[in-house]
Design a protein around this ligand. Structure first.
Ligand code: ZN
Length: 149
């Protein structure tokens, strides 16, 4: 009896998973100062949304470091500019920068990291960006974080 019940609940979890939106994405950064994605779609139907950052290059963090920072579009440039002053040990982010919604650490070639977002906190009426704050990278390493219902 118990076994049957368990099998039924596993099946219903699998069915729900197949219908649900993708609640995670893998974002790659490389030695050519590029991400592999220029937009990420995040559904508000996800309780949490995870961005996995993989540095697929070989260069070290202090030469070709990458992170992922999430903010409103209008805050991107100021966060990146202030981040340069903060230095590599601070992941090129100003301490306690309130404009930063979420961020990963800075990583070098062969490393990976991730961050988690709460889609419920995002307003689809706003424009959001994901970007890298290593000095000079934001010009090429940025994309739109699109919030969908
Ligand atoms: Zn970078």
């Amino acid at each position: 009896m118990f076994r049957k019940l368990l099998a039924a609940s596993v099946l219903s979890i699998m069915a729900a998973g197949a219908m649900a939106a993708e609640c995670e994405v893998v974002l790659e950064g490389n030695d050519q100062m590029k991400y592999n994605l220029d937009k990420i779609e995040m559904s508000k139907s996800c309780e949490t949304f995870t961005i996995h950052l993989k540095h697929v290059g070989k260069m070290a963090k202090n030469v070709m470091g990458h992170n992922v920072v999430i903010s409103k579009a209008e805050d991107l440039q100021a966060i990146a500019t202030d981040g340069i002053m903060a230095g590599v040990d601070a992941d090129y982010l100003k301490a306690d920068d309130e404009r930063v919604i979420a961020n990963t650490h800075m990583i070098g070639g062969g490393e990976e990291t991730s961050l988690e977002l709460k889609p419920a906190d995002f307003d689809p009426a706003n424009k959001y960006k994901f970007f890298c704050t290593f000095p000079g990278h934001v010009a090429l390493m940025q994309g739109d974080l699109i919030v969908t219902e």
